[in-house]
Design a protein around this ligand. Structure first.
Ligand code: SF4
Length: 291
């Protein structure tokens, strides 16, 4: 086997004496030399991991393909029930306390569906969001587990970019979203078999291309968006008919609510997510949670 062709980090070094090749070693990243046995063992581990990842991906894709048509015919609440029946292991629901998430939380609690309730506290949320968080915990009688960014990462980010550095460039904004949201989400979903979100197709052009059920290869789980095909009015009507407390910012024109410095109210007729990162290109408005 040609190791250096299989693994780009590996190279070969020949030992020459008086013009003759008398030996050879493999190199890793052009530096430390390793024996052939060590290199072979590395290859075996990598090959095994790759095969395991491929097998898992194939299984997840097959499960998502099986669940898709099954859940499409059901109401959102029955989709949640069915997901619980079909999935063995931990299911995580991530809420940001927006309209859709409040409705899903009500459905989960009403039907006593066993899921892990989680929120990502970026440290930059609106005061109204924190108030609603406290209020909804009392209403449902459950703690919503908060996942926080890594303190050292936030400190380094603020040191590098400034406290509101995300306005400077898309790279700085994505970096902030990664540290405050994406990395904590990874910890929230670690070891889970499924993930429930409040994403809807109508929310943006990018989200229309997503699906009711999908396999998330990076997170190694099934993702369900139970309100995927509901429009905003239907979600809102459900909330009002069930007396669900909503973030008061919705009534002030904030259709989609995230971090305070990156969210504004929208004008009538504007797309729902126009108030998020409004200074950026409309087609690229995701924080990395849903890709
Ligand atoms: Fe940072 Fe804004 Fe992203 Fe929140 S939405 S994590 S403040 S860039």
């Amino acid at each position: 086997m040609n190791y250096s062709d299989e693994i780009p980090e590996l190279g070969r070094v020949a030992t020459e004496l008086d013009g003759r090749i008398i030996g050879g070693r493999l190199t890793v990243n052009g530096a430390a030399t390793v024996s052939k046995a060590t290199a072979a063992s590395k290859i075996n581990v990598q090959t095994k991991r790759k095969k395991e990842a491929q097998t898992l991906q194939a299984k997840l894709a097959a499960k998502a393909a099986q669940l898709g048509p099954l859940l499409r015919e059901l109401s959102p609440i029955d989709r949640l029930r069915k997901l619980r029946e079909e999935i063995t292991g931990r299911i995580v629901f991530t809420t940001s306390f927006g309209l859709e998430d409040q409705v899903i939380l009500q459905m989960l609690v009403e039907s006593d569906i066993d899921v892990d309730l989680v929120t990502l506290d970026t440290g930059r949320l609106f005061p109204q969001t924190y108030d609603l968080w406290a209020e909804i915990e009392i209403r449902v009688g459950r703690r919503i587990r908060a996942i926080y960014p890594q303190q050292a990462e936030v400190a380094a980010l603020v040191d590098r970019e400034g406290i509101n550095g995300f306005y400077k460039s898309r790279e700085a904004r994505l970096s902030c979203c990664h540290i405050r949201k994406v990395e904590p989400l990874g910890r929230a979903l670690a070891g889970a078999q499924a993930w429930i979100t409040g994403l809807r197709a109508e929310q943006s052009a990018g989200r229309r291309d997503m699906a009711l059920v999908s396999s998330e290869k990076d997170c190694r789980l099934i993702k369900l968006n139970p309100l995927f095909d509901w429009n905003r009015k239907t979600v809102y009507d459900f909330a009002t008919s069930h007396n669900i407390p909503l973030n008061p910012l919705h009534a002030k024109g904030f259709a989609s609510i995230g971090c305070a410095p990156c969210t504004r109210a929208i004008a009538p007729g504007e797309p729902e997510r126009a108030g998020r990162w409004w200074w950026e290109d409309e087609t690229k408005k995701e924080c990395g949670l849903h890709v």
